[in-house]
Design a protein around this ligand. Structure first.
Ligand code: GLU
Length: 460
């Protein structure tokens, strides 16, 4: 049974990189008919918040990444970690270390001054025949893993390929802090073991942690999962994607009017490919995603491509669904939309809008006053055309409000004044819609109520 997990630390929103890892873990599990687990790695007590947990869960839900187990909180498993630590101390795989943080810092500074690598020097590490100093009563010890000193740690990373690290490169890691809270590298092993995780997808930044984790698995006699480390996502400037240079949270994209199916499609292509396919459904992703064709090199975030993908899904989206989303976007600007009229409006405008924010921007003219620019007014609503606008207002006032009747009124006005279509249509758009371009003017006008069209025309 394939089991994967995503294990975010709840110290902020769901980052795009974590979302992509979650997506791959989820798709891989679904592809194999396996299970996907959500684990909250909240051992950084000072920085973890419930608010962040909720944001992460909401973002996963929005993306449709359903999990079979969880959320499992590490801070609710302290007894389990303690039990494993006790067992490791008893078997000689771990030991109590009384070196204080100050002593450790002094030790490392001295090593640095001697041109050596900064590392724990093994003062409290038990060795056959070694006599340890007496334990200082006033110091609460940490527990360290007794890392093997010889040999190599190797694994075949399913993204990066074979990796080997010599044990001399790594020191004895703290696995339990003095306050009884485990460190990441230890808790992650106990959890992945207990949760029977078979495949670990995670970010590149954890490659250096993996040798310790493999050694701990070995010490525990536990089966080691298969690891794959995803390269980072670069911003469009080639630097690491970061908050300072644009939105990096899934939630921000939801707020900015992106559709979850577009986000899922775009994120999955960012670091993985299936031939030349760019647009595909969730079902296709699941049927294709077998953990191969993952890129070794960093992917670059491309806002223009994401917008293109989103435009595609906007066109396909159901109008009633878009109407709900647009109503939400309009409400953020204090505009209350008539929900009964919104679906028809979405149908007319969704083809030209990359996001629901852009769609709401268009549709606001139907529910809130428009303010045409002085430039458009001067250029298009000229004195010469005002008589024709007055004629049109009069005719529209008299008709039954249908697209055909509006179209006829416009044609009659053009004929009566001996002008061409754009000479009338553009000033009508400027006055009624606040801009010079819209879909066909009769279709755009039909979606207004008659009264506001006439009022806006008579402002000329
Ligand atoms: N809490 C870790 C992180 O958010 C999890 C890493 C892992 O997947 O092992 O980076």
């Amino acid at each position: 049974m394939i089991r994967t997990r995503i294990a975010p630390s709840p110290t902020g929103f769901l980052h795009l990189g974590t979302a992509r890892t979650a997506l791959y873990s989820w798709a891989f599990a679904r592809h194999h008919g396996g299970q996907f687990v959500l684990r909250i790695e909240d051992t950084d007590v000072a920085r973890s918040t419930q608010d962040s947990v909720e944001q992460i869960i909401a973002a996963m839900k929005w993306l449709g990444l359903d999990y079979d187990e969880g959320p499992i909180y590490q801070m609710q498993r302290l007894e389990r970690y303690q039990a494993v630590v006790d067992q490791m101390i008893a078997s000689g795989h771990a030991y109590r270390c009384y070196t204080t943080p100050e002593e450790l810092e002094a030790m490392k500074a001295a090593q640095e001054a001697r041109g050596e690598k900064r590392r724990y020097d093994g003062t409290w590490r038990p060795e056959p025949g070694k006599v340890l100093p007496p334990a200082p009563a006033q110091v609460k010890p940490v527990v360290r893993f007794r890392n093997p000193v010889d040999g190599d740690v190797s694994w075949n990373d399913f993204v990066k390929g074979p990796i080997t690290v010599n044990n001399r490169e790594i020191d004895d890691l703290i696995i339990l802090r003095a306050d009884g809270v485990p460190t990441y590298n230890f808790a992650v092993v106990v959890d992945d073991w207990d949760m029977k995780i078979t495949h670990v997808f995670r970010g590149d930044e954890h490659v250096n942690n993996t040798p310790w984790q493999i050694n701990i698995y070995e010490a525990l006699g536990a089966p080691c999962p298969t690891f794959g480390h995803m390269p980072i996502i670069l911003g469009d400037d080639g630097l690491k994607l970061s908050k300072r240079r644009g939105a990096v949270s899934v939630t921000a994209y939801e707020e900015n009017g992106y559709l979850p199916e577009a986000m899922l499609n775009y994120l999955s292509r960012l670091g993985w490919s299936h031939g030349d396919d760019e647009l595909f459904s969730r079902e296709q992703l699941v049927s294709w995603f077998d953990g191969t064709h993952l890129n070794k090199s960093p992917a670059q975030w491309d806002p223009a491509k994401l917008e293109w993908v989103n435009s595609h899904y906007m066109k396909q989206a159901d109008d009633a669904r878009l109407a709900e989303l647009v109503a939400g976007q309009l409400a953020k600007h204090g505009i209350e939309a008539d929900k009964a009229r919104l679906p028809a409006m979405c149908a007319l405008y969704k083809d030209r809008c990359p996001t629901t924010v852009a769609l709401a921007d268009w549709l606001s003219m139907y529910f809130a006053p428009v303010s045409p620019s002085a430039e458009d007014l001067a250029q298009h609503v000229t004195d010469a055309i005002k008589p024709a606008l007055a004629t049109l207002a009069g005719k529209l006032d008299a008709i039954e409000w249908t697209k055909a009747a509006i179209s006829l009124a416009i044609k009659e006005t053009i004929a009566a004044h001996g002008i061409k279509m754009p000479q009338l249509a553009i000033p009508v758009r400027v006055l009624v819609c606040g801009r010079t371009q819209t879909p066909s003017v009769d279709a755009a006008l039909e979606l207004f109520d008659k009264k506001s069209v006439i009022e806006r025309l008579r402002k000329a």
